[in-house]
Design a protein around this ligand. Structure first.
Ligand SMILES: [Zn+2]
Length: 338
């Protein structure tokens, strides 16, 4: 989910690209703002907290603990970037990764496969933890890096001048990644910084400068529902990441009707409930998990019903997923017709 510090990668630069890089050195880089601060736009083409989520922030803790910029738990030890996560990699989504600020592309990588590191092991991506990615220089000592892009999706080359918001690739799962997201990181004068709290002291929370342009209309949230849907068989989290809950058609011979949901940013004490009811409103299956005894980056819950001997009655089947801490904090209802 992250290239750790020290694994900052260098892609081989093709001769033509080197030439372009040399020729473009005389072009003036887009300068950061008058205060020397880099201003950042969303690096992913999605509506934050609607169809994409921040799953992990920069770890602000000193030592082996982990703490995000709010003193919250949405990070892990050593995480040096911000993870923008999409529900899945269903082909219909095709989510663009965008340059967060104007600048010039320094390095790219584009040929690594999109596969969960849980399947191939960390050794297989050693030294290439970022996977397919792009590094952009913004001048003034600022750089941004975009990791885990889809294979062959990178559409810029070293030397390319990019505008803020310009597509540079598509979201994928290459490198040290087990879920569909962009690991976005910012460096200033060679050090990784937290774009939610630039300049604040490590080990503390609060303070510092927010570099994001969406900060004024955005609130830090926990306990969100990332993905929901139906399937006719058991699914794993990896299946869900690849879109197994999208485009389901409820056929008469479906052996199982599975309702499934994936939640993220979960707090200690959160309870997850998922219920499935049939056309007449009767509960067919229900499950409750929790209260969780520790914060969790994500949690998968599913409930299923086997096909009755008489077949599936026609009508609308409804599932309700909810997250609660005693009172419901999120609820999502989803339906399928038989
Ligand atoms: Zn990350």
């Amino acid at each position: 989910m992250t290239p750790r510090s020290g694994s900052f990668w260098r892609a081989r630069v093709a001769p033509l690209a080197s030439l372009i890089l040399l020729l473009s050195l005389s072009v003036t880089l887009a300068e950061p703002g008058p205060d020397g601060m880099l201003r950042l736009q969303m690096p992913v083409k999605c509506d934050l907290d609607r169809d994409c989520f921040i799953q992990n922030f920069v770890d602000r803790a000193v030592g082996e603990d982990a703490m995000d910029f709010t003193c919250g738990a949405q990070t892990y030890d050593g995480h040096d970037g911000t993870d923008f996560r999409v529900p899945d990699l269903a082909p219909s989504r095709n989510v663009d990764v965008l340059a967060a600020a104007p600048g010039r592309v320094l390095r790219v990588r584009n040929r690594m496969p999109d596969i969960s590191v849980l399947k191939i092991g960390e050794e297989a991506v050693s030294g290439k933890e970022c996977g397919n990615g792009v590094v952009i220089d913004h001048g003034g000592g600022w750089q941004t890096q975009y990791c885990h892009l889809a294979r062959n999706s990178v559409m810029v080359e070293p030397g390319t001048e990019v505008a803020a918001g310009q597509p540079i690739g598509r979201i994928g799962m290459s490198g040290l990644s087990e879920l569909p997201h962009v690991h976005f990181s910012v460096s200033y004068q060679g050090d990784w910084i937290d774009p939610f709290a630039f300049g604040s002291e490590p080990g503390g929370c609060g303070g510092g400068e927010v570099l994001w342009d969406f900060a004024a209309t955005w609130e830090y949230e926990t306990d969100f529902i990332i993905n929901t849907g139906f399937a006719a068989d058991k699914v794993t989290i990896d299946d869900i990441n690849w879109g197994a809950l999208q485009g389901f058609v409820f056929k008469a011979d479906a052996p199982i009707l599975l309702a499934a949901g994936l939640a993220g940013g979960l707090s200690e004490g959160t309870m997850l409930t998922l219920s499935l009811s049939g056309p007449d409103g009767e509960i067919l299956a229900e499950k409750t998990v929790g209260p969780l005894d520790a914060p969790m980056a994500q949690y998968y819950i599913g409930v299923g019903k086997r096909r009755p001997a008489s077949g599936w009655p026609e009508g609308i089947y409804t599932a309700v997923m909810s997250l609660s801490d005693g009172e419901t904090v999120r609820e999502k209802r989803f339906e399928v017709e038989r």
